[in-house]
Each structure stands twice: as C-alpha cells, then as structure tokens.
Design a protein around this ligand. Structure first.
Ligand SMILES: [Zn+2]
Length: 576
C-alpha cells in the first residue's frame, strides 16, 4: 500500500513537471528579468530537434575539467556563512550575464536540456561553457543552429538599422549608458532601460544576499562595501561601492556587479555582470604590494611625451593574491580569467588607482595544464628551459598593474572624455595590447634599472615565457579582445625580428637583443594612439596585425592534444 502510494506521488510529480513544460528549469534566467522586458518570440527561434556542430565532443574536451577547491580551513563558521551568501549573490550574476549574452536564453537552454542526440552530454557541457550557442573560441560561430551572434549580444534589439546604431552612438537618452539595456518601446523607438529596472527581480534578490552577508560579517570594510553594493543594484550608481571595494581588507572577499564591456562587440558600451568570490592570501599580497611604489617611476618613464603622461593618477594601487572559490557570469564564460584589474570607472581610478586581483589557484592550474606542455612543443630546444611559472605569474601581475598606467581621462579640444569612449569597439583590444606590452616593458625596465625584485636571468626567462604564453592566448581564437591583442603582438614582434621561427624545426625563439626595443616601439605606438584618441590608428593596427600568420597556425596545429583552457569545477559549490 505504502509502495503504491509512493509510486502515485512519483507519477504525480512527473505529470506536474511535464505540465509546466519542462519543470522548474523553465525560468532559470527569465525570473530575474522584469516581466515586460523578457525576450519575445523565443519559441520559434530554434527549430527542434536542434541542429548541432559535428565535433561537439572535441570542442568540449578542449576544456580540461579542473578542480578549484581551495583550502577553507582558515575560515571560521561565520566567514563560511558569509561565503555562502556571496556565492548565492554571485550565481545570480551568472544568470544575468546569460541574459545579456544570449537572446532567448531560457528557450534555448530548455531545448538543449531536451536534446536527445548522441552528442547530448558534450552539447550540454559546451553550452554551459559558452553560456550560449556561439563558440567563444571560434569567432563566435554557432554550434547550435545557424544564427549568427548579434555583435551587440543581447544588449540591443536584434533588428537594428544603421539609423538605430547612429542614434545609440550619439549617446542620446543614455542609449550608450554603461548600465542600460537598449530595447524598443511600444512605438518601436529605442529606449535605454536601466539595469535596475530591466533586471529588477534579480538585482533585488542579489541585494538581499549581500545584505545578509553584511549583517553576518565581522569585517567592517566588507560590511560597508556589501551594503553600498546592494544599494547600487537598486540605483545603478556604482561609484560609492566601487570606492569602498578599493578599501576591502577581508579574508573573504567578493567582486560583484556589472564590469567589463567586452561582451558588447558592437560598441563596447555595456557592462556585463560577473562575480568572483575569493579568499585572500595576506602574506603574498603584502609582498606584492611593494611593487606599487614603482608605479609613479614607471609612468614617468613611459615612452610617451611628458604632456600625455598621467602623473597625478591615484597613487594607491592595491594588489591582492587570492584563491578563487566561485566565479559566475562574464568571467566564467569560455576562457577563464587568471587576473583582473578593477574598477573601470575612471573617477575611482583617478582617486584611488585600481585594484589588481590575481587568482593564484587558477593561474597555477593553467601553467601546469597548458603553458608548460605548449612550451615543450613550440619553443626552441635551447630556450625551452627558460619557461617558468614564476615568469608567468610576474607577467600576469605586471599586465594588471599596467592597466592603471598611461592615458585614461582625456581632454580633446576642451571636451572631457575617456580613452574607452573615444576608441569605442577597438578599445578592449588596444587596451589589452597595452597591458601585455607594458607589463613586459615594466619588468625589463625595472630589471635594467638595477631593481632586485626578480630572479636571476629574468631578462631571458621573461621574454621566452611571454613567447610561449602568446601561443596559449591565441589558441582562444583571435576574435575576442585578449586573443586579438596577442595576435597583434605576435605579428608585430615577428615583423621586428624580436621573435623568430625556425622553418627546420618549426619552433620559435626570442632574439634577446631585439626584444626590448621592439616592445618599446609597440608600446609607444599604443600609448600615442590612446593619448590622441586616434580611432583610425587603432582600427589600422587591428587590420594590419590581428591575423593568424601561417607559421603560427602551423604551430597551433601541433597543440591539438593540449587543452585550450580549463573548466573550473567549484568543489565547495558544485551546484552553482
Ligand atoms: Zn587585461
């Protein structure tokens, strides 16, 4: 009797689930959107059964599953509760990003969940990695169906005319706002919808989690940030909380909100949601913080006319070395971030500099799984031993420091503006070239000036590790800002003879005497371009250098067996 009763319950549960057309998975992301702004006409967007790319298994296997489960034994019970609330808020950012990235996300996710083809498991895994149907490492080509990715992702209507684009670019009515979605009103006119309205339900829930964490934490700087950030979710004014984020001094930390503009490939105007929940390593951070004293010296020595130097930028540039516990949203899609530099708000950067956060456990995972094996294949025999984890870490560190150097706010013909706004869609790529090249320049310049921060032989170890690292980066595809930036550097350095290819072995090496001069030349070009807000020059550099030369393509073809990237498995929060 009891047994029949449970079977009846089970049947009832199945019927109920089926009755809602797929069950609770239905509104995974739509539940966070204000009902009047959810995407319309989604049912017809993808035909069923889904047509999928042929090599789904191969694509998915390019990402090595890596366990990201840092030691949390140093945390007390309260800190662990705080961590739970922060991860809950972070997982909402993950959902909001899916909305921003992919029109009709829920309808598509449902179709993927219902997919019954042989490639089912690989498809589902790859859809999760890319957070949508476009392959982030293959020029955003569709691996589901045949619809091209809208350049502006889901930030803008998908049916825009030339006139619509011009109107957005004109900045009318906040259409170019960092924290607005662009949609059509009842008359078909473009309107800017503030994130706090568009994502109202999601941001309210995220704010609740942040306030819960604020109540729990015993750390004053974290409490102040969380309260201000919760308010920012409701007001779209992130300034105060960005300032407070700079002052965080807590073992458990979070970076959460709308930040980077890479996902908006149309204009680079719109900030994408993301979250990093981390635990800090205070010892490492203190050691690295000593580097910040060098920033004024570096700025003063940049290969740039003095009048374009940014000498009064905020002096405080904290550095954190942390272990990642959870990430969500923009940063979790496709290629995994090993370091970031925030906030992007130039007002905060002028006042306080910017904070560099290095994700040590992610970086170590990538060096071991990817960079070391790549070097064994592509670097000349007599240089391969120079590739080392410390240099990989150092370049990443100085890359992040370099985002805070050079031109930021500008005055052009009396008009106040920013490099980001003037370089528009080229900005992300150009800024990444700047940070990569300047990061290398910083280290070699400090070493040449006799500073004793670095290991012996850094002047050789650093360039060769950098060279190996470029192969790792261009494997991401040269469509996205970081990959494109690496292709530019690779081709430029090849042009100048700073790196060279041996046709006999197919391997590459560094010409040490030409390396620093070439780096300095490229850095000068980029900095002048930014200082003069020279959009045409930025476009020209991308057109000239952001391509894949045959020697590079041939070398990459030999790396097939090596994972392209990692897919983190967050052991402490496996379901989020
Ligand atoms: Zn960067």
């Amino acid at each position: 009797m009891l047994r029949n009763w449970s079977i009846a319950l089970l049947v009832l549960a199945i019927v109920l689930a089926a009755g809602c057309g797929g069950g609770e998975g239905d509104e995974v992301v739509n539940r966070w959107i204000a009902p009047r702004w959810t995407d319309q006409g989604c049912e017809d967007r993808y035909e069923e059964p889904l047509t999928t790319a042929e090599d789904m298994a191969g694509r998915a296997e390019a990402y090595a599953r890596v366990d990201i489960t840092p030691d949390l034994s140093v945390l007390d019970a309260t800190q662990k509760q705080v961590l739970d609330e922060l991860v809950a808020a972070g997982s909402i950012m993950d959902d909001l990003f899916r909305v921003q990235a992919t029109p009709c996300y829920d309808a598509l996710a449902r179709a993927v969940a219902d997919h019954r083809g042989e490639d089912r498991a690989a498809l589902q895994r790859y859809f999760a990695i890319n957070m949508g149907p476009w392959d982030r490492r293959m020029h955003h080509e569709p691996f589901i169906g045949d619809q091209e990715r809208p350049e502006g992702a889901n930030f803008y209507p998908t049916d825009m005319t030339r006139a619509d684009r011009d109107k957005i670019a004109s900045g009318e009515a906040d259409l170019d706002g960092l924290f607005t979605m662009v949609r059509r009103d009842a008359d078909g006119d473009l309107v800017a919808v503030p994130y706090s309205d568009f994502f109202g339900p999601g941001l309210a829930q995220a704010a609740t989690h942040l306030r819960n964490a604020a109540e729990l934490t015993e750390n004053e700087s974290l409490r102040a940030f969380l309260e201000a950030r919760a308010t920012a979710f409701e007001t779209d004014d992130y300034y105060e909380s960005d300032m407070l984020w700079m002052d965080l001094d807590s073992v458990v930390e979070v970076t959460i909100g709308p930040y980077e503009v890479y996902e908006d490939g149309l204009f680079g105007y719109k900030a994408a949601f993301e979250a990093f929940v981390t635990v800090t390593d205070p010892e490492q951070s203190a050691q690295l913080a000593s580097y910040k004293d060098e920033l004024p010296w570096l700025e003063a020595n940049l290969p740039l006319p003095d009048e374009d130097k940014n000498l009064d930028r905020g002096a405080e540039s904290p550095i954190r070395v942390v272990d990642l516990v959870y990430s969500g949203g923009d940063t979790r899609a496709g290629i995994q971030t090993i370091a970031f530099n925030l906030p992007n708000d130039e007002r905060v950067r002028e006042a306080k500099g910017s904070k560099k956060v290095l994700l040590r456990n992610v970086m170590n995972a990538k060096f071991e799984q990817i960079l070391a094996p790549i070097a064994q294949v592509v670097i000349a025999d007599d240089q391969v031993d120079l590739v080392n984890a410390e240099s990989f870490f150092m370049h990443t560190l100085w890359h992040e420091m370099s985002h805070g150097l050079g031109p930021g706010k500008l005055v052009i013909d009396g008009r106040e503006t920013e490099v980001r706004l003037e370089l528009k869609d080229t900005y992300s790529t150009i800024e990444e070239v700047k940070a990569d090249v300047m990061g290398m320049w910083d280290i070699l310049k400090l070493d040449a000036a006799g500073r004793d921060y670095f290991a012996a032989g850094i002047d050789r170890k650093q360039p060769v590790t950098f060279l190996a690292g470029m192969f790792r980066s261009v494997r991401f595809g040269i469509n996205e800002a970081h990959g494109q930036a690496n292709a530019i550097q690779f081709n430029y350095l090849l042009d100048k003879g700073a790196i060279a290819h041996d046709p006999e072995t197919g391997r590459f090496h560094v010409n040490f005497d030409r390396f620093l001069p070439a780096i300095e030349l490229l850095l000068n070009e980029i900095l002048v371009m930014q200082a003069e807000a020279d959009y045409a020059a930025a476009e020209a550099m991308i057109a000239t250098y952001a391509h894949m030369p045959d020697v590079l393509a041939d070398a990459l073809a030999k790396l097939d067996a090596i994972p392209v990237d990692i897919q983190p498995q967050f052991g402490h929060y496996p379901d989020m």
